[in-house]
Design a protein around this ligand. Structure first.
Ligand code: IMP
Length: 427
């Protein structure tokens, strides 16, 4: 029985939350494997819109056990607030299981994220300011605070003190900021300990036991391929591995336990934050895509940069992720254009490039080579079968499929839970 990975194929905000939610009650375990509350997964149920930043999207499905894997960095205040907010809206949420090995975003990580971005000026990444990068840096530097440290107050206090030793020097001497008191931080973290104690588990064991019992385990990626620390448009990336490999290292489910890798691909391109975006449109078409697609960051509210579909980054993501399936989202947003350009290659210094380039410089210099496909005007939001889509719309889907080299198994035609065309059911 399946272990399924869901991974964003572009720069995030592809509609992963909806795709996860669309699998509905058939998923037994829904697991976040990377990132933190830099994510914003929006799910529309009936008239209600829910945005989860840290909790797995499956939390809205009763009967689904949600797990926060070791690859995630957790802001405990955000976790508590998100659970409380869902309960206040009457959602029946069972508590999530949290890996004892997951790292904690401490208050000083938020401060460092903001001051380093400000200090970087033109070199800034455009982070979400949620402390993600500094928390992962501490993890790699072996001075992180882990969820299991909440179970041992003395060990926690010692670790916080050690972590702040060097940071306070940096804050005071480089950034001209007040030092942060270790006892205040320790106390703030310990305030969550009692509530979270029953949630803390060896998540790798829980998930492997579940897979042994034939349960359906969905490993939900946040961010996306081109924000990956290794494969993304470095340095304009997040600090974790949202790609499919990260689903293994971020949960403890070994590679042989993964049966399907589903790439989530938006029918056009968006990005928030800095960094290259070859098909970016700064004209009226870009404005129209943003307006029709509601392209504003779910976490920061920033307007997203928008552009036409670019096949090169998606084909690269499909290759690295080993996509078995693709879910093409927000196709309805493209309704109403007479012609829809699709980027099939780049011009780099007068040379045609058909694949995602190897170097940062080439990506920065890339000018899109477009193929223009005929558009459609019919409302597609009510379509539930592929043959109900207009002929030009079907041709667009087929061309995208051909360009990215992975089969399209589902298509999103509206924000609602049921607004999908399923071609090959995942379960
Ligand atoms: P950080 O993850 O906050 O460090 O931000 C690093 C980069 O990743 C910035 O360009 C962010 O805008 C981007 N980013 C992080 N999380 C998301 C996401 O969930 N969707 C889209 N972009 C994201």
């Amino acid at each position: 029985m399946p272990g399924i990975v869901i991974v964003g194929a572009q720069w995030g905000d592809e509609g992963k939350g909806k795709a996860v939610d669309a699998l509905g009650g058939r998923v037994d375990y829904c697991v976040r494997y990377s990132g933190g509350n830099n994510a914003g997964h929006t799910v529309v149920v009936g008239d209600e819109t829910f945005t989860m930043h840290l909790l797995p999207s499956g939390i809205l499905n009763p009967g689904c056990t949600c797990v926060i894997g070791n690859g995630v960095v957790i802001d405990l205040d955000v976790l508590a607030a998100e659970l409380d907010a869902l309960r206040a809206r009457g959602v029946d949420v069972a508590h999530p299981l949290i890996s004892a090995a997951a790292h904690i975003i401490a208050p000083y990580h938020l401060v460092l994220d903001k001051v380093t971005e400000r200090f970087a000026g033109n070199q800034r990444i455009g982070t979400t300011g949620r402390g993600i990068g500094p928390a992962y840096s501490d993890k790699i530097n072996r001075m992180g605070i882990r969820v299991q440290d909440l179970l041992d107050a003395d060990a926690l206090a010692a670790k916080v003190e050690a972590a702040l030793d060097a940071k306070n020097q940096l804050l005071a001497k480089v950034y001209n900021r007040a030092a942060i008191r270790a006892d205040v931080v320790t106390e703030a973290l310990l305030a969550h300990a009692e509530r979270l104690r029953p949630y803390i588990v060896d998540a790798a064991r829980v998930l492997n036991d579940a897979l042994d019992q034939g349960k359906v385990v969905l490993l939900e990626g946040a961010q996306a391929h081109h924000l990956d620390i290794d494969f993304g448009t470095y340095p304009y990336v997040t600090s974790s591995n949202p790609t499919a490999g990260g689903a293994c290292t971020g949960t403890g489910a070994g590679p042989t336990r993964i049966d399907r890798v589903v790439g989530i691909v938006k029918a056009y391109t968006t990005r928030v934050g800095e960094g290259p975006l070859p098909t970016e449109l700064t004209d009226a078409d870009g404005e129209r895509l943003r307006a029709q697609g509601g392209e504003y960051g779910a976490t920061t509210g920033r307007p997203r940069r928008c552009g036409w579909f670019d096949a090169l980054p998606v084909a690269q993501a499909a290759m690295v992720g080993g996509f078995t399936d693709v879910f093409l989202t927000k196709l309805d947003v493209l309704t109403g254009w007479a012609e829809i350009p699709v980027c099939v290659a780049y011009d780099v210094d007068g040379r045609r490039v058909d694949r995602w380039p190897m170097t940062e410089r080439e990506v920065e210099a890339a000018t899109p080579v477009y193929e223009r496909l005929p558009g459609w005007t019919q409302d597609i939001s009510g379509a539930r079968r592929f043959d109900e889509l207009p002929v030009n719309c079907r041709a667009y889907v087929h061309r995208v499929e051909q360009l990215i080299g992975a089969r399209i198994s589902g298509i999103g035609v509206g924000p609602g839970r049921d607004q999908s065309v399923i071609i090959n059911p995942l379960l």
